[in-house]
Design a protein around this ligand. Structure first.
Ligand code: SF4
Ligand code: SF4
Ligand code: SF4
Ligand code: FES
Length: 763
């Protein structure tokens, strides 16, 4: 929007507003209430509900403020008898065919139509005609639908199209019979539920939570998602000790994601109260024996004694401590402190799929926020698949292209779905991403890179030309499985590519909710990775203290080494492939039960807040570490206070200097960690290493030509999503049930125990 200002007068008051501003936004910004149904910021205009009426001087009729761009000298009235009469008539018309069943509607209590009717509607219904009956149904395991409650605002169809790029629902039928529906009667989409979130009425409903609680029974707690690195802000709705649902509804939370969530963030929470949660500490007194329930005191004393004996016998480095990209900064910080200050071991690592150390050590420009992505002029995506692995980033890219005219360049060995939005797709051979980085950083390796990538040199020139032509922000995002030299060279690209009028911003795409924070908490660590530690397991490393579980790629090839350990302590929510080897398992509390912070891929440090008491006997990971340290003789002196842990983080870790929980309390104004921008480096030796690596790549090999199906990553069953029966249906291909009137959970059994879980109300 222009920086030029113009003058408008609203209800007798004069304001200066940016030229090009939309009237409805200006009125709301100046605290004049404008009712609306179809208008939704940053979506294409629909202009069909006619609730946003205003009077504009010199215009003959009432005008819809959502369609008006302010002009200099405009004089506007937002409230008058004439306007109210028109709005009441519109509402009466919308209600003519509406069932008026608020007491049994799941949206009752947080329905915009219900609220608007109380605010603006007539109290008596004058229509006596028979209403158009439409049966309730399911559109998918996640989305329930009561078609007759629809007011045809089409927020849902626009969100599905513009945010998700899926276009999976559309209005069908004619006149009074128009309903929102699917193509083919069953939703074969990414099941994000954003159509549910933005629906102002009870037409589209959360099929996993429906009829389980009323909104006024729920306590809403703002928190941060526990799945991917995008860090969406959520509202956890709990009733007594149970987490009932998760939404991003703007009446409860206003974070970087707006009302967007993906399937995991919205529907992936039933693991929290799941009956399979570990109930008590467990001790395996002898190898090969069973895990036996124990008290916390007994378990902590047992672990402390064993660790003490082993370190005494084998030296400090015989104990490895391993943090997790899924737990809070506070928990990772205390593990690092435990390793370095108490044990004195140099064997500390984070069980992540990749290390961000080469990237942050060479960081040559600021991290791009999700807002930066939305307003970028050019986006270069190297590797990765954000639409499946960082869905909010995927949405921002789509909107940048669709609503902002950005140019998207995709460099990928797979024709991912995002290529539909791309201005250029560099379809490369699998495993050659390094060659793309080399040519961008080196400028003189086009021929070599083209040969290895399997593209024409002209394609690389086109890519370079797009970058040099960019006026405005260039965002470079990358999958973190790039090699070390490649990550380092990429991190320095802002120096090579920035120019007058062009900022170069970087956006890493790590896989986990706190991959970035886990890196930050172990900054001083020399970059040891879990595979290196496991290579020494059973040899120089005799014991491991681990928060969370090993990733499958860590376990692969290391099972024998892990079983040779003298002692393995694991903090976990569930029994997993890793706890199968553990000598002690300590029940950890989930994100919904604790206070803390996660740091997302924007570098935003965001609050995690407690919604329910710890389930069973679980404890916050950081508390377990503090208790163990105390038993080993070092009192961390945090007095049960996560904010005290965070204060020490802010004192010790430069990027977090000055941060405090109160500074982080406003989710609508997230605070970015102050990462040190590394000076421009002479990259000659990194580029030489990278060139050698690229030269060693084969110049043959087939490219992947099939676009992966929607949900191939999102619907994968992991430890947490395993506890959500609906995910199993989706992972099995989302079969259409015999009838859509009943939840598919009651009709299709994909695993022997699922039906039982559902009928026992454990979904
Ligand atoms: S769940 Fe998401 S992808 Fe599916 S129809 Fe709704 S908005 Fe579209
Ligand atoms: S289903 Fe909801 S969001 Fe979609 S058009 Fe109907 S009322 Fe609007
Ligand atoms: S996009 Fe990522 S952070 Fe957002 S809801 Fe999905 S998993 Fe959670
Ligand atoms: S909000 Fe303006 S016409 Fe619906």
């Amino acid at each position: 929007m222009s920086t030029e200002v113009i003058k408008v007068t609203i209800n007798g008051k004069a304001f200066e507003v940016p030229k090009g501003a939309r009237l409805i936004d200006v009125c709301r910004d100046k605290a004049f209430d404008i009712p609306s149904f179809c208008y939704y910021s940053d979506l294409a205009l629909q202009a069909s509900c006619r609730m946003c009426l205003v009077r504009i001087e010199k215009m003959p009729k009432l005008q819809t403020s959502c369609t008006i761009i302010c002009t200099d000298g405009m004089v506007v009235t937002t409230a008058s008898d004439e306007i109210e009469k028109a709005q009441r008539s519109m509402l009466e018309f919308l209600l003519a065919n509406h069932p008026l069943d608020c007491p049994v509607c799941d949206r009752g209590g947080e329905c915009e139509l219900q609220e608007m009717t109380f605010d603006w509607g007539g109290l008596e219904e004058r229509f006596t005609e028979k209403k158009n009956y439409q049966p309730e149904r399911y559109l998918s395991p996640m989305v329930a639908n009561d078609p007759q409650r629809c007011i045809l605002c089409k927020r849902c169809t626009r969100v599905c199209d513009e945010w998700m790029g899926e276009d999976a629902i559309e209005a069908g039928g004619r006149g009074a019979n128009t309903v929102i529906g699917t193509y083919g009667g069953w939703l074969d989409c990414s099941q994000c539920g954003n159509c549910i979130e933005v629906c102002p009425t009870g037409t589209l409903l959360d099929g996993t939570y429906r009829h389980q609680a009323r909104p006024w029974e729920l306590t809403q707690t703002k928190s941060t998602c526990t799945y991917c690195s995008d860090g969406c802000q959520l509202s956890l709705g709990s009733r007594s000790d149970e987490l009932m649902r998760i939404v991003a509804r703007d009446r409860y939370v206003n974070g970087l994601n707006g009302e967007f969530l993906c399937i995991k963030g919205r529907f992936g929470h039933p693991f929290v109260n799941h009956e399979a949660r570990i109930r008590t500490p467990l001790i395996r007194y002898k190898k090969g024996g069973k895990l036996i329930p124990a008290t916390w005191d007994a378990a902590i004393i047992h672990v402390a004694k064993k660790l003490d004996e082993l370190v005494e016998a084998n030296g400090r480095d015989s104990l490895a401590v391993i943090g997790s990209p899924r737990i809070t900064n506070e928990a990772n910080y205390l593990l690092y402190k435990f390793a370095t200050e108490l044990v004195g071991t140099s064997n500390y690592a984070v069980a992540d799929s990749a290390s961000l150390k080469p990237f942050f050590d060479n960081l040559g420009g600021p991290l791009a926020t999700h807002r930066d992505i939305r307003y970028a002029k050019t986006i270069l995506l190297i590797g990765g698949e954000p639409e499946e692995l960082q869905p909010l980033t995927g949405k921002q890219i789509r909107q940048a292209v669709r609503n902002g005219g950005a140019k998207l360049i995709v460099v990928n060995s797979t024709p991912i779905r995002l290529i539909e939005q791309a201005a250029q797709f560099l379809h490369i051979r699998p495993g050659t991403e390094d060659a793309a980085v080399l040519t961008l950083a080196g400028n003189s390796d086009d021929a070599l890179a083209a040969e290895k990538l399997g593209v024409a040199a002209a394609e690389i020139q086109t890519l370079r030309q797009s970058i040099t032509e960019t006026q405005g922000d260039l965002v470079i995002m990358f999958s973190t499985d790039l090699t070390t030299a490649s990550q380092a060279a990429l991190a320095q690209l802002p120096y090579a590519l920035r120019a007058d009028g062009r900022r170069v911003l970087l956006h890493p795409l790590p896989l986990y909710n706190n991959s970035v924070g886990a890196h930050d908490m172990g900054l001083a660590n020399g970059g040891t990775n879990v595979s290196q530690l496991l290579d020494a397991a059973g040899e120089s490393i005799r014991a491991i203290y681990l928060a969370g579980s090993f990733l499958p790629e860590h376990l692969r090839g290391h099972v024998e080494a892990i079983s040779k350990l003298d002692f393995l302590v694991v903090q976990e929510l569930f029994e997993t492939d890793t706890t199968a080897f553990a000598d002690v398992v300590l029940p950890a509390a989930s994100f919904a039960e604790i206070e803390g912070t996660f740091t997302n891929n924007d570098g935003f440090v965001q609050r995690v807040r407690q919604s329910i008491p710890p389930v069973n006997q679980s404890k916050a990971d950081w508390m377990i570490t503090a208790q163990l340290a105390a038993e080993l003789g070092l009192d961390f002196k945090f007095e049960m206070s996560p904010s005290a842990v965070f204060n020490e983080i802010a004192e010790r870790i430069p990027a977090y200097a000055g941060l405090r929980y109160p500074v982080l309390k406003d989710e609508s104004n997230p605070v970015q960690a102050k990462y040190k921008i590394a000076e421009q480096r002479d990259l000659a030796s990194d580029l030489a290493t990278l060139r050698d690596a690229v030269q060693a790549l084969p110049a043959t090999g087939d490219k992947l030509t099939t676009t992966p199906s929607v949900g191939h990553e999102l619907f994968k069953i992991g430890t947490l999503t395993d506890k959500v029966p609906q995910f199993h249906l989706l992972a099995e291909g989302n079969p259409r049930p015999e009838t859509v009137r009943v939840s598919p959970l009651y009709q299709i059994t994909v695993a022997a125990d699922l039906r039982q879980e559902v009928s026992a109300g454990k979904s």
